[in-house]
Design a protein around this ligand. Sequence first.
Ligand code: NDP
Length: 250
Amino acid sequence: MKFAVLGDPVAHSLSPAMHAAAFEALGLDYTYDAVRVQAGTLGTRLKELGHKGYRGVNITVPLKEEALGACNADAFALRCGAVNTIDLQSRVGINTDGPGFLEVVRGIEGREVLLLGAGGSARALAVALREAGFGVTIWNRNPDRAASLAASVGASWTESIPTEGYDIAVNATSSSLQGESLDLNYQPTRTYIDLYYSMDSDTAFVADARAAGAHAIDGRELLVAQGALSFEFWLGIPAPRQAMRRAVGL
Ligand code: NDP
């Protein structure tokens, strides 16, 4: 069977190495490619890939919203406004970022989350966290987007980053991608989760949190969790999470 991640840019993605490690761990002779797909062309490219015998795809930036209209999105993906996984046989599309993030926070103490960002990923996380009963406060650089996301998921929002009132802070902005720090009151009693990851060094968010003595994790945890759920959706067998973790350096 053939699988792929579609995005633009996509060459940097760790998904091919992670899924190849999963297939190898289970002795499956399957492949997983990175395919550059420009915005606006997803529907056509999905048909092409289906004809070429691809069984399933992951969807990444900037195509997750476009993917909603290019498949039969399930109810959760519709609530998230984004699809990141499609079965090309059934054309069903789902969102594994939200449920994957719930796997990441399982076992972390605290039920109050400060969510930084109001883009596509923040929306999927906000929907999943609220449906799982977490308290969520949203901050975004553009406050209108924070207010609108908060209203749609039943969360709170704030114009300035709060110093108190949360156990887990999640960076769902692109600040780490740009190497920029966020002005937080980092506390050793809290957990800090960056959605972004770099294999070379800690992200600015993770480095700032660790410097304050706090527990901090980067986006590789979510990468593995959402990838494992995609694998299980396509193949219907448990994903070898340990092999997938090792493949991304965890
Ligand atoms: P979007 O483009 O949809 O949203 C970007 C968000 O970042 C917006 O809220 C934007 O605010 C904010 N932002 C951009 N630059 C800055 C800055 N310098 N300071 C503060 N806020 C900023 O992106 P996504 O939601 O798709 O992705 C967000 C991050 O999550 C990315 O780094 C991405 O790589 C990562 N990610 C990781 C995944 C994983 O598996 N590990 C899965 C999905 C995403 P504004 O509205 O004001 O412009």
